[in-house]
Design a binder for this molecule. Sequence first.
Ligand SMILES: [Zn+2]
Ligand SMILES: [Zn+2]
Length: 165
Amino acid sequence: MEGVCRTVNKACEYCGNPFWVDEFDKNEVRRLYCSDFCRSEAWREKAKERIRVGKRTYNVGCEICGKIFLTNRSTNKTCSPECHHQRELRLKREQSRKRREDIKNGIIKRPEKQKKVETLTEVQRKAQAAGMTYGKYMEQQFLKQLQEERERNGRTKDVHKESDR
Ligand SMILES: [Zn+2]
Ligand SMILES: [Zn+2]
């Protein structure tokens, strides 16, 4: 039915309180806890449990807030889901910054498709071979391109194509 917000009744995995989520919201439906508080408490409990049953524990300084916390995985970098989220954001930012730098330094190529561009001398050579001046040749090429474009587009509206640099 339209306009009716359908909900699903769930029980918080941490405190057991019932809560409702929109059954059409995929993220919501996957929610296990009634609140952020329960989510992070549950996370901490699970971490503690892992440490209890784990063979080794590590004292790790959180990369985000600097707090020392216990974990049984030396690869854990953060003390809580909040810090974990912050770290993900930071990594993403760093990745895109590095990517921009790599592109600038020519280490990686810009992902956009690259059009084969004829060099000036190549064009001049072709123009000469066709017995035309450079300007005339370019005009011919441009008209040819325009014609091809029109044929491709069929009867659709006249497309004004700017010649690519
Ligand atoms: Zn709860
Ligand atoms: Zn932290």
